[in-house]
Write a protein that binds this ligand. Sequence first.
Ligand code: GCU
Length: 332
Amino acid sequence: MKKIIGSALAIAVASLLMTGCGGESKQVIRLSHSQIETHPDHLGALAFKQVVESKLGDKFEVQIFPNATLGANEKVLELIKQGSVQYLVVSTANIESFDKLYAIFSIPYLFTSESAFEKFITDPAILEQLSVNSAKTGFEPVAAFTAGTRNFYSKTPIKSVADLKGKKFRVQAGPVNVAMMQAFGAAATPMSFGEVYSALQQSVIDGAENNELALTDQKHGEITKFFSYDMHQMCPDMLVASNAFLTKLSADERKVFDEAAQAAQKAEFAAWHDSIAKAKAKAQEMGVQFIEVDVNEFRNKVLPLHEQILGETPDLKKLYDEASAANAAAAK
Ligand code: GCU
């Protein structure tokens, strides 16, 4: 409740500041994300702001809210629906409950390489397919950011699947994540990103799973000293836009906002691999050990889920086949 009031207040203050300046009435565009200001998602947001304001600065001002200051993604999605927040960077796992198509990215080991994943998520035809239900969901995906590979990290080393047994791991929301952890023989504890640090600290969970940046940016590496490269998922962060906002734009304005989304994607990708290398080095200084595991052992354990998920959600089949094609093309 406090958080909701906090978000509403932040928005109200921001609006007052804008309209209070000499009566100009620029429209404030709020872009929310849950990362710190050095994270590639934030650099993407800055590129977005730059394009919008350089081309339409007389009409719009983009305000970026990092660190989930407007609230956790689940809450901000409601504001996106209402149109009081216009853009949000959100993991596909968080929007699965609005549209099952996004569950494609929760399928463990969907992609066989990071390059296949990157090619897939930057393909405009894929974004178009993910947009089909946007009138219903209230938001449209306008760009996809890479978020690397998700891996287990914990207080005790995970060297094989057996080491996961009976352990509690924080996962992102969504039934596929829960099924995945069950298949691994562990227990899933879904919770918001911002709650993970204290859950680790208080031993509510034994570990979590994410890319390397969680160790440093979110300081999880202060508590969990073992990070295993099992590479179970690649989920993008989507830049989604409020439909209520998009439908009010003129065609020319829409063109600029789409161009800004593309610039954001480019800037995010450009920063990604370097950020990961730096995070890894920093985590090692924090005392985190990086463990190479037999990825095939992990993969084989959860592979039966592919058929199960496609059986339960046949709408995913087309995207699944396209992901397989991207894997084959990247392997050439
Ligand atoms: C990554 C991802 C976020 C997501 C987070 C999580 O950091 O970039 O969008 O929210 O993982 O695990 O919740």
